[in-house]
Design a protein around this ligand. Structure first.
Ligand code: ATR
Length: 280
């Protein structure tokens, strides 16, 4: 049987095994998907061990925090969006080596446009953060054709570097792209994406509520307690809050299609997963 897994640290709470098992059921695919806790500094060894443990049947894996950069360095072939992100979350083992992709950005775009029903084309979009999470999504956000994207970060230099790396892509898609400090964000936005880790540390949302247009979509890339502070902030400022559960399902769907050549029904799986998470 074809084998897959998610590798991370921590990894025990990952929903990926459940999501991929459900995708497999709904598309009549035969596969097994597990999880592997990888010691810090041991990513390459863990990939080698996974392949050695299942010689010939290990087909790929998802990569989560904190190994997305290690994974990009390990892969011999990167998709253009993965090369731009400097990080990957999807690995495929093929005859010519390890292939890497980053499906986080297209997962976010698909959640916003398909599940939240908010168009990105022509919109004004604010991306909070300039770390790995932000880098993973900026390319596909630009490709979705917003009118303007501001990347705002506590450390301005990191936002500037991220924006410079994406300048050619922004130009190609006629997007006005700029870097700003969190406390000096000019204008108001239709969509605000939180890719900072501030809520993980229990911190305040690091930007003024005035950045939200009335009824704006404010989406955190996390879900559960980690997204609660940002969502409460969004609600209090008249925006529509959204967590990262839909992005999680959509990035998984992209990986599943890469591996299996079949697109799983994401709306069904998202509704089921939402019920499970809400029941906790
Ligand atoms: P990840 O892979 O989750 O993006 P990361 O690469 O460490 O993790 O990036 C964390 C992001 O959250 C960065 O944009 C960071 O801002 P800095 O670049 O200034 O460090 C942001 N961040 C973390 N804690 C924050 C806080 N308390 N307030 C504002 N931004 C914060």
């Amino acid at each position: 049987m074809d084998l897959y897994c998610v590798m991370g640290n921590p990894v025990e709470h990952s929903r990926s095994p459940w999501i991929h098992a459900r995708f497999a059921e709904l598309t009549s695919q035969t596969l097994s998907y597990g999880r592997r806790l990888v010691p810090i500094g041991g990513f390459a060894d863990a990939v080698a061990a996974f392949r050695a443990d299942h010689s010939g049947t290990a087909r790929g894996c998802n990569v989560t925090v904190p190994f997305k950069f290690d994974a990009a360095a390990l892969a011999q072939h990167l998709t253009p969006r993965a090369a731009l992100a400097h990080a990957i979350n999807v690995i495929s083992f093929r005859d010519d080596g390890i292939h890497g992709d980053n499906s986080d950005g297209i997962g976010l775009v698909n959640d916003i446009t398909l599940h939240a029903g908010v168009p990105i084309a022509g919109s004004e979009l604010l991306l909070l953060g300039a770390g790995g999470a932000a880098a993973g999504v900026l390319g596909p956000l630009l490709e979705a054709g917003p009118r303007r994207v501001v990347v705002a970060n506590r450390t301005l230099a990191k936002a500037i570097a991220l924006v410079q790396r994406h300048a050619a892509l922004a130009l190609q898609h006629h997007v006005s792209l700029e870097a700003q400090e969190l406390h000096a964000v000019p204008g108001t936005f239709d969509v605000v994406v939180n890719a900072t880790a501030s809520s993980l540390a229990g911190g305040e949302v690091p930007v003024d509520g005035g950045v939200l247009k009335p009824g704006a979509l404010a989406i955190d890339m996390m879900y559960g307690p980690a997204a609660a502070g940002f969502m409460a902030w969004a609600r209090a400022h008249g925006a529509v809050p959204r967590d990262g559960l839909g992005m999680l399902v959509e990035q998984a769907a992209e990986a599943f299609e890469t591996w299996r050549g079949v697109r799983p029904p994401t709306a069904t799986v998202l509704a089921e997963l939402r019920a499970i998470v809400d029941a906790k």
